[in-house]
Design a protein around this ligand. Sequence first.
Ligand code: GTQ
Length: 348
Amino acid sequence: MNEPEGNPLPAEFRAVLRERALAPLWDFLKGVLPHGRPAGVTRPHRWRYADVRPLLLDAGRLVPVEKAERRVLVLSDPGRGADAMSATGTLYAGIQLLLPGETAPTHRHSPSAARIVIEGRGGFTVVNGHRCEMEAGDVILTPGGQWHDHGHDGTEPVTWLDVLDLPVFTAAESAYAEAGIPGCNDEDPLMTLTSDFQRQGFRPAVACRRANPYPMLRYPWRAARAALLRLADVAGQDEGAALEYVNPETGDSCLPMLGFTAMMLAPGQAWQAPLNSASAVFHVIEGNGESQVDDHTFDWMAGDTFSATTFARISHRCAEGGRPAFLIRVDDTPLQRKLGFYQERQPD
Ligand code: GTQ
């Protein structure tokens, strides 16, 4: 507590306030509304995939997926104490494992989720009856309220990074899930066709077509990578090659609160990100390099994930040598824009 100097409250007065469930704002105002820059508790952190992977495979032996419902190791912000269910104030991230032949059962929940596939072939996610194959680097959406389950037809473990806006729902006391019932996630042929066609610029011209707020559920890495290479060819070195994932019909962010951006750094290239109010989680798809997040230096390679707080000073550098680096940034920019708050500032 932050007792204002020269103005101590009589202890009895304070005790009566407490008893009546009242609190003196003047003691707390600077804490809840700090001047200039938000004072969050998030501590930027880098999770190496090489550390997480063996533990996840151990969990695969220790925890049957039917018991776990989702077999996930949560990337738990060290700034929030043990077992924090978030990586930043608004972003939940976790790494999920599915073994060959396993299924993660059908459910739906109020928060939205997206998966960024890390390794393995043969995994798939079914969203509202629409089957999305999972290949390394793909971004697959399971928007809030949509039935989804995961399956695995391959022979090797499949892993992916889950990112959810769960902490926002937790803060709003509106986070909940429902278990599926048989048939709830069966294919709706019209929905599947609508999604497939809309990607190509068509829409079934029938009165009964389904309105589909999420016409694209799978953003294949193959397409994002090829697009980044083309963009890097024409963009200047200091512009940086970056692509936002959008709803192809509306041009809005692909999920209501979460923003996704794929970026490429050429060998040796450095990139200073504009200072902005979003918090973020970065996931490395390919390559090696190093990022600076305020006072933290994180070296990284494919599969690694690191977090950044609101208004962090962020720069990235791709290692010298033959290979470019590709990262996907997930942030809360769409949420902050909807709150009328998103800001970019000149670094001071
Ligand atoms: O795969 O549906 O990491 O519901 C956390 C909650 C994954 C999922 C998570 C979930 C899921």
